[in-house]
Design a protein around this ligand. Structure first.
Ligand code: FE2
Length: 293
């Protein structure tokens, strides 16, 4: 007796069910009341604080496989060290010394680039799944969004080890999706100040107070391995505290974009990911605008 043929969609759902806890979070069924409630909750939290966390989104076995993959690839991490201000801009000596744009801290962090992920990588499978993209778009309230053509930056692992620190900053992009893969023994905590600035008001004085150590508006979050974090970092000042001791802060960064074809400029690829590939040079000539990155 032959069994009924299994459709590609069913196969893909079965394999994704080994990665995402689809029983608890049936994101492949957008009309499922549980999915709709989850999306509504994420949207409400993002509206309120710019941050939403979905615990145990990734199954423990898949987190273990991602962690093992990251450790196998660890020696190929591209480490970068740089001093930057919260705005990631060059120092402007015409501003007073107390201006937050003149507050520079040293960052050390690394990327395991997505072009070297293994053939059977759970992270790549998760990223390439259209239902995941649709779910993220529904949660962040931005559509259409796409999986990105940039081979290095589309879904890398970010990694920080003992002594590494990611200073206070605002993001340039609208939203960031992260999956915690490993938390270190100490530190590596995500801190953020919701709605620190708005389109109308940069609130430089408020930013300065946080940089000077004011903790009154700081939210602190350790998101456990397997948790999915959705974050709108354009208006919320945020950082990752210094990693200490054994273990690493390893976070998968599935990166969804509004324009899938425009990849990083060659210089930016080299600066953050260690090298540029032919696609970075080819697409440099067809960028939609002439803005400075
Ligand atoms: Fe950020």
């Amino acid at each position: 007796m032959t069994s009924a043929p299994v459709s590609t969609t069913e196969q893909s759902i079965r394999s994704l069910a080994c990665i995402i806890d689809l029983e608890r979070y049936p994101i492949h069924q957008p009309d499922n009341p549980r999915t709709q409630a989850l999306v509504a909750q994420c949207r409400a939290q993002l509206d309120e604080t710019g941050c939403s966390v979905v615990p145990d989104f990734i199954r423990p076995e898949a987190v273990a496989r991602m962690r093992a993959e990251a450790y196998r690839l660890r020696e190929r991490t591209f480490w970068s060290k740089q001093s930057h201000n919260p705005y990631m801009t060059a120092e402007d000596l015409s501003l007073p010394e107390t201006h937050p744009k003149r507050f520079f801290e040293r960052r050390t962090s690394g990327f395991i680039n997505s072009d070297i992920l293994e053939t059977d990588s759970d992270l790549r499978a998760l990223y390439d799944w259209d239902a995941m993209t649709r779910f993220v778009g529904a949660c962040v309230g931005v559509w259409p969004i796409y999986q990105w053509a940039d081979p290095l930056a589309r879904c890398p692992y970010a990694i920080m080890e003992d002594g590494h620190y990611f200073p206070w900053h605002f993001d340039g992009n609208e939203f960031t999706i992260s999956v915690s893969v490993e938390q270190p023994e100490q530190g590596g905590e995500f801190e953020y100040v919701p709605n620190m600035r708005s389109v109308e008001d940069e609130s430089f004085e408020g930013v300065r107070r946080v940089l000077d150590g004011d903790r009154s508006r700081v939210h602190r979050l350790i998101w456990e391995p397997g948790a999915l974090q959705l974050f709108k970092g354009r208006y919320s000042l945020h950082r990752v505290t210094r990693v200490e001791g054994k273990g690493a802060w390893i976070t998968a960064l599935p990166t969804y974009v509004l324009d899938p074809e425009t990849v990083n400029r060659p210089e930016r690829a080299k600066q953050f990911y260690g090298y540029a590939m032919p696609i970075h040079y080819e697409r440099e000539t067809t960028r939609p605008d002439r803005l400075t990155d």
